[in-house]
Design a protein around this ligand. Structure first.
Ligand code: NOJ
Length: 523
């Protein structure tokens, strides 16, 4: 945590904060806002991912991942022609990262292992001891600092040799992912008790395999996307069951996988068709992944199965573009998560539409058959895909809680939520974002009885934002990407988040927006 003296040593911005801290009493709340607090067993954390912060792309014996290779071969893929070769250089600055996490006062740190840092070719016949040591030291230091590591095995950085063999469209890659996971559990399972298998399979498969907005930019919109989906789910189940059998009895950890979802609002909530369109959107984008694991009956949701099977038939395919699970696979998937890991950023609205001119044929969008809209009243501050509708967060959590009975027994943990801007440490908009979204989470917990037990802000620091390079920033800490030391500086949102973590309440007046500085008017 920041001491007031450390704060006072800093700039004028920080002086403002220290004054605010001195003035701290019971949190002030906006009118009409109830002063709920986060329960004692609620965990706070921050998230990052290896390729986005680590750098050291060819140091210490690391092999190439698909992002290394892809961006070296296609340097103009990112908006600023940048890549993650150095990123925030956490490979060399991880001790500073830990200090930053300590200052926030959070109990947990979600990060990912770069598969090719410990297995340079992706396969377990060659284990890179320098890479092994890097993560071992990092986990040891985190644990020493009382910070629980939450570790993602795969945050989109597929080893290049497997990418050349089709990546997740190749079902054999599941075997090698299992081998890698086993090595990671064996090496780190004494220190790491929370594991995430595949980050955001929906986003990874849609944007990377179904479109060309993430590597490998396969653009296989109606086919590759579903092979990737299917194999990601099977890879998760395989690793979950392997951990359960070989490691859980001794290591006693928990395993899940993070799903990403926007909230889908019926464009006109009074129209039954719009309500159905929004439900279909959620089933095709979230249910497709969550239902096989969290529903009682397992497998893909009926509506997903029907839509893709029917459309495939109409298009003359003799088999569905979405593969079928065997009975054993359905069984292995059902119940294969110890908590529900949810990433959430934005909202959209839906109305029916069988066919839009911009839908590719075949594609997930065409199979879904709904038009994607937004309300003009939802602010869209900076990045092209982020619309701000904090109430959608509460609605999404309720949707899950109502849909999957198991969530009464196992908790929902928000493993990512955050706000993109163009940078700067006086990030009043990000402060508002966290206050408003966390407030909706409090309402979901206290007024709706949702079983949400944790929240990880994305992100600890500014990082490499995939196709958006370094143009958009998500960090609680700013990183100076022009300085060789990648100097890190806390933003106002870092102080605000630390205050929420410390008081377990939201004080909407903790950071005061200067007179005359417009708010982006979150509704
Ligand atoms: C989700 C992804 O997991 C993360 O890598 C990305 O930076 C954030 N969304 C923001 O786009």
């Amino acid at each position: 945590m920041w001491s007031s003296s450390a704060v006072a040593r800093n700039t004028a911005v920080l002086l403002t904060i220290s004054l605010l801290q001195l003035a701290r009493g019971s949190p002030v709340v906006k009118s009409g806002v109830i002063n709920y607090s986060f329960p004692d067993d609620f965990i706070f954390g921050v998230s990052t991912a290896a390729y986005q912060i680590e750098g050291g792309w060819n140091e210490g014996g690391k092999g190439e991942s698909m992002w290394d290779t892809f961006l070296h071969e296609h340097p103009t893929f990112t908006v600023d022609h940048s890549n993650g070769d150095v990123a925030a250089d956490s490979y060399h600055h991880y001790m500073e990262d830990i200090e930053m996490i300590k200052k926030l006062g959070v109990q947990s740190y979600r990060m990912s292992i770069s598969w090719t840092r410990i297995l340079p070719n992706g396969t377990d016949n060659n284990i890179n001891q320098e890479g092994v040591k890097y993560y071992r030291t990092l986990f040891e230091e985190l644990v020493k600092a009382n910070i629980t590591p939450v570790v993602t095995l795969y945050h989109w950085d597929m080893p290049t040799p497997f990418m050349k063999l089709g990546g997740w469209t190749n079902a054999k890659v599941i075997d090698y992912f299992e081998d890698y996971a086993r090595v990671a559990f064996r090496l780190y399972g004494d220190l790491v008790k929370m594991w995430l298998t595949v980050n955001e399979p929906h986003e990874g498969c849609l944007s990377g395999y179904g479109q060309a907005t993430l590597a490998p930019a396969m653009n296989s919109h109606g086919l590759g996307i579903y092979l990737c989906t299917h194999n990601n789910l099977l890879a998760h189940a395989r690793v979950y069951r392997m951990y359960e059998k070989e490691f859980k009895p001794l290591q006693k950890g928990k395993v899940s996988l993070p799903f990403e979802s926007a909230w889908a609002e019926p464009h006109d909530p009074n129209k039954a068709d719009d309500v159905e369109a929004a439900e279909n959107y959620l089933q095709m984008h979230l249910g497709m992944f969550a239902h096989p694991i969290f529903s009682e009956e397992g497998d893909y949701p009926r509506v997903v199965r029907e839509k893709i099977d029917n459309m495939s038939r109409l298009q003359g395919y003799s088999r569905s573009r979405l593969p079928y699970f065997t009975d054993e696979e359905v069984k292995a998937l059902r119940g294969s998560a110890d908590f529900f890991s949810l990433n959430h950023y934005t909202a959209l609205s839906n109305t029916p539409s069988a066919m839009e001119s911009y839908f590719k044929v075949p594609s997930l969008h065409q199979d879904t058959g709904v038009r994607i809209l937004v309300y003009p009243s939802w602010p869209k501050p900076f990045i092209r895909w982020q619309y701000l509708y904090p109430q959608g967060f509460r609605k999404l959590v309720n949707w899950l809680q109502n849909k999957y009975k198991i969530l009464k027994e196992i908790p929902i943990i928000i493993t990512e939520n955050g706000f993109a801007d163009f940078g700067g440490i006086e990030d009043y908009d990000r402060v508002d974002y966290y206050n408003d979204f966390l407030y909706q989470l409090l309402l979901a917990i206290h007024e709706d009885g949702c079983n949400v037990k944790g929240y990880f802000a994305w992100s600890l620091m500014d990082d490499f934002e995939w196709i958006d390079g370094y143009k958009h920033k998500f960090g609680l800490y700013s990183v100076d990407f022009n300085s060789p030391n990648r100097t890190r500086t806390p933003k106002l949102s870092a102080y605000n988040y630390a205050n929420i973590v410390r008081t377990r309440r939201i004080d909407f007046d903790y950071i005061k927006r200067p007179e005359g500085l417009n708010t982006i008017a979150l509704k």
